[in-house]
Ligand binder design. Sequence first.
Ligand SMILES: [Zn+2]
Length: 419
Amino acid sequence: MLIGIDDTDSQHGMCTTYLGAVLKTALERQLRENVRLHLVRLNPTIRFKTRGNAAVGITTQSSCGVKDIVQAHIEDMACLHDENTHPGAVFIDRDTPPLDIQHFSHEAIRRELDISYAVKLIERNNVDFLAYKKGRGLIGALAAAGATLGKEDHTYELITYRYAQNHKKQRYINRESIYRADKVTYPYTWDTIDHKNSAIVFSPRSQDPVLYGIRGDDPYHVFAAHSKIISEPYEYMVLYVTNQGTDKHVQHEQIDALTEGCSYALTGTITTAPWAIEGGHIFFQIGEQQRTLRCVAFEPTKQFRAAVRKLCEGDRVVVQGSFIKDCLHLEKLRVVELQDQFKGINPMCCNKRMKSRGKGKGFKCVRCKTIKRHSDTQDIPITREIELGTYEVVPSARRHLAKPLIRDRCVRHPIFPSR
Ligand SMILES: [Zn+2]
């Protein structure tokens, strides 16, 4: 049976992945079989979203009593009192999801879908479900149950959960052990530490049940990293198969065909060189066939902005990010071609640089008094400080779905992974 669950958490606590971990234990006890979990990240920019916008999928062999167990756990654990929490769960009694639900799942990662679309598919396929309050969680639940991660690029996240009595206390994880875990398993695990900013990325600071999550390419390296971590005891440890770090939210489009709230990779030429605004956010504009698009690298993207700042008018780039309020919020930048840049210097005479006679008035030789026109300025090429290749935001600013460049380590063009 394929089970999908979403929207059980709130801004103040809980976490749908925690419900998944608790349910795995409960279902395994009841069904006497191994239960598999997966984690589907949905379109990161939609308006109504849970923290991180994750939905949980559970796969079981048997379906006996499954719905009752799921129902009891949602009613016990979901933040039903929170005005923004509207849980939903679906139960598809098949091994693989129907094609129209698989399609729905793909769409939910890229677009903003309406609940009526989910309800239509639930009715058409005779899918059993649970919906609470406005039931908005049905969208994510159906997307999770309809995901076919095994057939596509996927990654893993091992998540540990704290004992309830510790939730209000400060987390204890030995810092050195995190560095050791990262060192022995990178690049097969990633986003554990943001080295440039000395920030621990794999552990939340908020009061939620997650102790830490290790993200990686395969279970072997994820468990190897986990084995190095010294921390407070944890109540649950689960391995999620996930679409995190796969760029599944990104569509390849032309500048004139963008929809608000979707994520894109777009090719263009810099038409306005980068400029900074207060707060350290860097903007620039690209153009392609008479259309222009503003792009921004926000302050939290940190060192990524250093690459952005070095762009010049005329450079060819591929920009990637979410299109929000008519502006592309950058996740990645690929520099495809650099436009030669020149700076004008005064011409030579009598083996010396001539003196300027003032703006637009030409030059004069201090020795022989020759005068030359302003247009005689010599253009010399400037050495560009940026290299061709792909740049990305720092790990602490990365969206869950965004593919870390280090996962592209076998591509032909140069990459500059942020770590
Ligand atoms: Zn001269």
